[in-house]
Design a protein around this ligand. Structure first.
Ligand SMILES: [Zn+2]
Ligand SMILES: [Zn+2]
Length: 122
């Protein structure tokens, strides 16, 4: 039996309802709606536990604050907004990647982050 504290429920709920990865501050502001007295250290502690249980995953994009997403099996990418710094999911892959690798090389994976302005920021 797993312990589902209010904090855990609130964090999992905000990550799944937002539909995009969230920075720790964003998690705090969402979770504060459910639990008014929640603080950053509780959030950090809860996030650590959830990550250890592989319910949520840490995303580290170069030059960006780390953020978190609900663990998902589907392969996906990210779009980073240069104005609001929000990160969004991209669920498609560019085609033709095998055509751009040097001859004789074998691709085992790829990670792609696009950047620009999100719908709210253009
Ligand atoms: Zn934006
Ligand atoms: Zn891909």
């Amino acid at each position: 039996m797993q312990r589902m504290t209010k904090q855990r429920i609130a964090i999992l709920k905000c990550l799944s309802e937002s539909g995009r990865p969230l920075h720790i501050e964003e998690i705090l502001s969402y979770a504060s709606v459910e639990i008014p007295l929640i603080n950053l250290s509780t959030i950090y502690r809860t996030i650590k536990t959830l990550a250890r249980e592989e319910k949520i995953a840490l995303i580290e994009l170069p030059g960006e604050k780390s953020c978190y997403e609900i663990c998902q099996k589907e392969h996906h990418h990210y779009f980073l907004c240069d104005r609001c710094n929000k990160i969004y999911f991209i669920n498609q892959c560019p085609k033709g990647l095998s055509e751009i690798v040097p001859k004789g090389f074998q691709i085992l994976g790829h990670s792609i982050t696009l950047n620009g302005f999100c719908m709210e920021c253009v």
